[in-house]
Design a protein around this ligand. Structure first.
Ligand code: F0G
Length: 465
């Protein structure tokens, strides 16, 4: 017999998690104002809110923690991180930051000014937030296929070159300080960008002399998909593919809480020494001195080790197969999900799941609430609440995709947990026609509201009249 697949690690330490009753969850959720971010973690049985900073570090990463050098300037941990970044990603210059959005803040402070235009593929919400906060505009150039969850395209994170060309040729070049390519593209469903597309975007950008930066949170997962799906890459190692990917970038921002498998950390990679120098001042102001930038020495050590582990095929294969396992179980139950399955998460199509809930009553958030009540599973809305209001008109933005993201932390849960999640959601699917409550917003922040929004349940017909 052919030997079956098995995980590429075993467990050395465990953490107890506790189930709750539906009555308990009703009470907790009410006091959380129907915002799952407000729940205490012990009120959650399986936490699929995010894969950000929620992974399990390895024994080697924990060993590296003990070796951290906490010197303010010039720590050996800084050089360990520098070497790992040069070795794996090929960037000569870098600045450490405490997480990904901090990297965006520092970089954009050096690059973006009022009135600028920043094209990209479905910018992540913090990326967009940092652009809009500077009174600049993020223009989404993702291919149309990404917005239909039933279309099975291998690289739904790709940039539509025609859309990009349109932006580049219809705006003064000095108004476009950077193009941001997100690998994998979180907002469209953890979908990868092909090497071909990265190459084409870079070639086009060079014609206009515009720098290209990769938002790199899940760069290794992107490389895994290239290996599996792009002709000519099956024989290459993940690290070879990663190196090639970054030949088509002038720099990168990184949330190391994802593919570097640490609980906290980030950085910016640069090719251009001048830009690196310019960004240093902002790093010192916002993050810390340029050799620690908001990270402790031990965290930089664990991050450097994590970059190596996160780019091993065996690890990535284990992780992404687990995500697909959950996807397959859900598909078998008939639950509508974004196809193909993403790298870090399964994205449930709330418009198809709850077609009778109007968009003004936030179907994806409604679904997140129902799943939590059903089984104590916490997912996250990636839909109209997350999309915020238009900064100019202040009207709600309703994105084409209204999704519930079930995000899988790295090396944390087993496939039994995935089965539990799948059955919990299948139960909600079974009783979907009996869900007569959406939600309405009671209070919200002017930007990035989804973290702190307060909601109330609202009967569906209430709004229709
Ligand atoms: N870029 C992408 C593509 C991300 O997914 C995130 C974070 C960031 C940037 C910002 O990084 O959190 O370290 O400041 N995504 C998390 C998520 C929060 O749940 O998807 P950060």
């Amino acid at each position: 017999m052919e030997l079956p697949f098995a995980e590429s690690y075993k467990m050395k330490m465990v953490e107890t998690i506790r189930k709750s009753t539906r009555e308990e969850r009703e009470t907790w959720l009410k006091s959380a104002r129907y915002n799952l971010f407000n729940l205490k973690s012990e009120q959650v049985f399986i936490d699929l809110l995010t894969d950000s900073g929620t992974g399990a570090m390895s024994d080697r990463q924990w060993s590296e923690m003990m070796l951290g050098d906490e010197s303010y300037a010039g720590a050996s941990s800084y050089y360990k991180m520098k070497n790992a970044i040069r070795d794996i990603l090929g960037f000569e210059y870098f600045l450490p930051t405490h997480q990904g959005r901090a990297a965006e803040n520092v970089l954009f402070s050096a690059l973006i000014k009022k009135g600028d235009i920043v094209p990209g593929n479905s910018h992540f919400d913090t990326t967009k937030g940092h652009i809009e906060y500077r009174n600049a505009t993020a223009v989404d150039c993702t291919i149309d296929e990404a917005f239909s969850t039933t279309v099975n395209h291998p690289f739904k994170g790709n940039i539509d070159l025609e859309k990009l060309k349109h932006v580049l040729s219809n705006n003064p070049v000095e108004r476009i300080p950077v193009i941001i390519v997100t690998v994998t593209c979180n907002s469209s469903g953890g979908q990868p960008v092909s090497i071909q597309n990265l190459r084409d975007v870079y070639t086009l950008a060079k014609k206009y002399n515009i720098p290209v930066f990769f938002d790199s949170a899940r760069f290794a997962e992107n490389a895994y998909f290239i290996k599996l799906r792009e002709p000519g890459y099956s024989g290459k190692t993940i690290r070879e593919i990663v190196r090639e990917m970054y030949t088509y970038a002038d720099g990168m921002t990184m949330s190391s809480k994802k593919d570097a498998i640490v609980n906290m950390g980030g950085f910016i990679g640069f090719r251009d020494e001048q830009l690196w120098k310019k960004a240093q001042t902002f790093n010192i102001m916002f993050e810390g001195f340029i050799t620690y930038g908001g990270m402790s020495g031990r965290d930089m050590n664990a991050l450097a080790q994590g970059l190596y582990e996160g780019t091993e095929f065996e690890y990535l294969d284990t992780r992404i197969r687990q995500v697909a396992y959950l996807g397959k179980r859900l598909s078998d139950f008939g639950v509508p999900v974004q196809m193909p399955y993403g790298g870090h998460a399964i994205f449930v199509d709330a418009k198809r799941f709850l077609p009778h809930i109007p968009k003004e009553q936030f179907p994806a958030q409604t679904l997140a609430i129902e799943l939590y009540l059903e089984g104590g599973v916490r997912g996250v809305e990636i839909g109209a609440i997350l999309a915020d209001r238009d900064p100019v008109t202040r009207k709600n933005r309703y994105p084409e995709l209204e999704l519930l993201r079930l995000t899988i932390p790295r090396r944390v849960y087993t496939n039994n947990h995935m089965d539990y999640v799948a059955v919990a959601l299948a139960n909600v699917w079974e009783r979907r026609d009996d869900i007569h409550h959406g939600v309405k917003i009671v209070s919200e922040a002017p930007i990035m509201r989804h973290f702190t929004v307060e909601l109330e349940r609202a009967e569906v017909h209430a709004l229709a009249h």
